[in-house]
Design a protein. Structure first.
Length: 264
């Protein structure tokens, strides 16, 4: 068995269908061992085991069941797929049910110890761990500017996660003169070998100066100090080459399929 295959097996067995011990405020988790459904977030969320126990018409009915759960309350829902999932026609059946694919991301894994180097930042830029509401609001404002859409929901999302499991999420900002120019968070997965790297968005004028790499390094230090072996990232096409140079390994791809209710 190759290292990549071993890592993919660990990813599938440890990081899928995870239900937190304490749910963030307003969120509800339901899992039957094959499908996990999460309600009460910015939008609904569904993911599955690597191998589903249904196919064909039964799979169509399963997709419809979860889509209609969110449709009943007028919510959109993301169905998270991976390229190695079985049956292989899940994406086609999601399309037939009205789901639309978003950008493909590469699932990458890196060794926390090897990545835990001293961060190198531009002059006058500092990294700080935050949890106050005003800092989370600043992150949401920065994300809105980066992506050109309303990310105000993110402040409440991060706050609820920090409140529910403060020991399992660390939120960091890179800032200069009080302005947040980049942000990222580290999510611990209790009982696993992994912690997840999320966020990592940077204002356009501050890109290419090593801030993204510095935030990876700082989170790797925190993870290593907590005994974490591996860091996992769902990488965009922009982040993937940076992470490959840092020593991450690509193990599969993931594509979110999103269903949105019609607005009259």
């Amino acid at each position: 068995m190759t290292v990549k295959t071993q890592m993919l097996d660990s990813y599938d067995s440890q990081l899928r269908l995870v239900v937190p011990l304490i749910a963030p405020l307003g969120q509800e988790f339901h899992s039957d061992g094959f499908v996990l459904r999460v309600a009460g977030q910015h939008r609904g969320f569904v993911e599955t085991a690597q191998t589903l126990n249904v196919e064909g018409d039964e799979l169509d009915q399963l997709i419809k069941k979860h889509r209609d759960f969110f449709a009943a309350s007028g919510e959109s829902v993301e169905w998270k797929t991976r390229a190695h999932d079985v049956p292989a026609d899940i994406p086609l059946r999601l399309l037939a049910a009205g789901f639309v694919p978003e950008d493909v991301e590469t699932v990458m894994v890196g060794d926390a110890e090897g990545l835990a180097v001293d961060p190198r930042l531009p002059e006058d830029v500092v990294i700080r761990i935050v949890h106050a509401s005003k800092d989370l609001d600043s992150i949401a404002e920065m994300e809105s500017e980066v992506w050109g859409e309303d990310f105000s929901w993110l402040a409440n999302d991060l706050h609820s996660r920090i409140t529910a499991e403060p020991e399992n999420i660390v939120v960091l900002v890179a800032e200069t003169e009080g302005r947040v120019v980049s942000a990222a968070w580290l999510v611990f997965k209790s009982g696993t070998d992994f912690a997840g790297l999320w966020g990592g968005s940077t204002l356009a004028e501050w890109r290419g100066q090593g801030i993204y790499k510095a935030l990876v390094a700082r989170r790797a230090q925190i993870a290593r100090d907590r005994g974490v072996k591996y860091l996992q990232v769902d990488a965009s096409k922009d982040s993937e080459p940076i992470l490959l140079r840092l020593g991450f390994m690509a193990i599969t791809t993931t594509t979110p399929y999103v269903w949105t209710p019609h607005r009259s």
